[in-house]
Design a protein around this ligand. Structure first.
Ligand code: AMP
Ligand code: ZN
Length: 461
């Protein structure tokens, strides 16, 4: 079965063919780094990682670009309120630049802990100010902008298709997220460049043809995706909240500047909710990955739980469900560990797996298939080879397994060492290997992961 994906633009599942044979350009809206990512944000990156792995599985090379929003994202999506970075700075007393550095680092640590594939390129908004100014100038020359006392705005009335992605009812303006704001001509107009407030010294500001200020949030993704993937690329992703505002605005900018809707497919991950509603960073009430680890979970337990729900369904968090995922993941990895090596992949099972993942990323079915293979009557070594092939997409590190029962502390060290190794911190990795050896266990790094054995000498004493 050929790969088919749901495209929010057409509201349909359609066959995916790369614009350039064999090559896929993928842009994913990244974090606003004024606080830790919550596990809802991470659910969206897990969906995007599954997409990337499925693209690889289909033999495509993927150029994966993720931005870091370190300026310009205002507290309100309606272009007023404080910049989230400057607000973060007031909250903690650190500079906006320190905040950005700290939470970018924390974000990347979460990224590695979840076994997300490293993007081809991370790009920071603050490092692409010139590209954003250029983009706004082009829009200005083409007559899509106007000036108010606080900035340069995009005139959404000039785009007859504005809001199509969200099927916005422009006439009735039933876009609940918007409010009439200041001197804007229309509620759907949005800031391209904001002037620094005269009475206040901003920490992040730059000179521009319109005066000192900072870029609006939406322009960064249009400018950086065009720079690194071109004006017409394959797939643009984000969370479902981006459909009515951020992505509608990106599309309007791209339409005006390049005459394209930027990406051939627009894909959206649905929200993680809590019992009492949305999980949101701005409310300050949210669960981080670190919090799950404090409660004794492995980051991959969260990955496993996310695999059990389709990305186009909202998911409600519960500790009980996470417990279930942790138990299932442990059983699966331990069962794979007991299977002998040296087998070959079972083609019929692989075909069923391909069918599931190519059907708009049906990872829940793919995961269920892994259990079916495990329970089937096939040759044990072949089952192992097949499951490790599945793991290229599942990303559960099914090969990084223990052949012996290993204490919690040693498991934690092994996970920490994996993180250190992916960060190329070899000194820390060696230190952890030594601590593990002192505790009586030996590690063997293989092509399909790390194996753990009892260290014979220590245990003979
Ligand atoms: P932010 O750091 O707020 O800019 O968001 C980073 C990513 O997480 C974006 O793709 C958002 O659409 C997505 N996102 C935000 N809240 C949630 C949530 N509760 N569940 C899933 N994804 C979310
Ligand atoms: Zn974006």
């Amino acid at each position: 079965m050929e790969l088919s994906l749901y495209d929010t633009w057409t509201r349909s599942i359609r066959p995916f063919t790369p614009l350039n044979p064999g090559q896929v350009g993928l842009y994913c809206c990244g974090p606003t780094v004024y606080d830790y990512a919550h596990i809802g944000n991470l659910r969206t990156y897990l969906f995007e990682d599954s997409l990337r792995r499925v693209l690889h599985f289909n033999g495509f090379a993927v150029r994966h670009v993720v931005n870091i929003t370190d300026v310009g994202h205002l507290v309100s999506d309606a272009d007023d309120g404080e910049d989230k970075m400057e607000k973060g700075s007031r909250r903690t007393g650190d500079s906006a630049w320190q905040i950005a550095a700290r939470y970018t680092e924390a974000f990347m640590a979460d990224w590695r802990a979840l076994n997300l594939l490293e993007p081809t390129l991370w790009c920071r908004a603050t490092e692409h100010i010139a590209e954003q100014i250029d983009f706004v100038q082009t829009l200005e020359h083409k007559g899509y902008t106007y000036r108010t006392s606080d900035g340069i705005y995009f005139d959404s009335g000039k785009d007859a298709e504005y809001g199509y992605l969200a099927r916005l009812d422009i006439a009735g303006l039933k876009s609940g997220a918007r409010i009439e704001g200041g001197e804007k001509r229309r509620p759907t107009d949005f800031a391209l460049w904001k002037f620094s407030p005269p009475e206040q010294q901003r920490q992040m500001e730059w000179d521009s043809p319109w005066g000192r200020g900072f870029p609006g949030w939406h322009i960064e993704c249009s400018a950086m995706s065009a720079r690194y993937l071109g004006p017409w690329f394959d797939i643009h992703c984000g969370g479902e909240d981006h459909i009515p505002v951020h992505h509608s605005n990106e599309i309007a900018q791209s339409q005006a500047c390049h005459g394209t809707r930027a990406a051939n497919f627009w894909m959206h991950g649905y929200f993680l909710k809590t019992d009492d509603g949305k999980m949101s960073k701005s409310s300050g009430e949210f669960l981080t990955l670190a919090r799950l680890v404090e409660r004794g979970f492995d980051p991959l337990d969260w990955r496993y739980l996310c695999l059990t729900a389709h990305y186009r369904h909202q998911m409600v968090f519960s500790w009980q469900a996470l417990e279930g995922a942790a138990t299932a993941r442990r059983r699966l990895t331990e069962a794979v560990a007991r299977l002998p090596e040296g087998g070959k992949v079972i083609d019929t099972e692989l075909a069923r797996f391909r069918h599931a993942i190519n059907d708009d990323l049906n990872l829940p079915r793919a995961l269920a298939l892994a259990w079916e293979v495990l329970g089937s009557a096939g040759d044990p070594a072949d089952k192992r080879a097949t499951l490790l092939q599945f793991d290229q997409v599942l990303g559960l590190s099914l090969g990084a397994i223990c052949e012996v029962a290993v204490p919690e502390q040693v498991r934690a060290w092994i996970a920490e060492r994996e993180t250190a190794r992916s960060a190329r911190d070899w000194a820390a990795a060696d230190r952890l290997r030594e601590a593990i050896r002192q505790a009586g266990y030996e590690l063997e790094d293989g092509t399909d992961g790390v194996r753990v054995r009892l260290a014979p000498n220590l245990h003979q004493e």
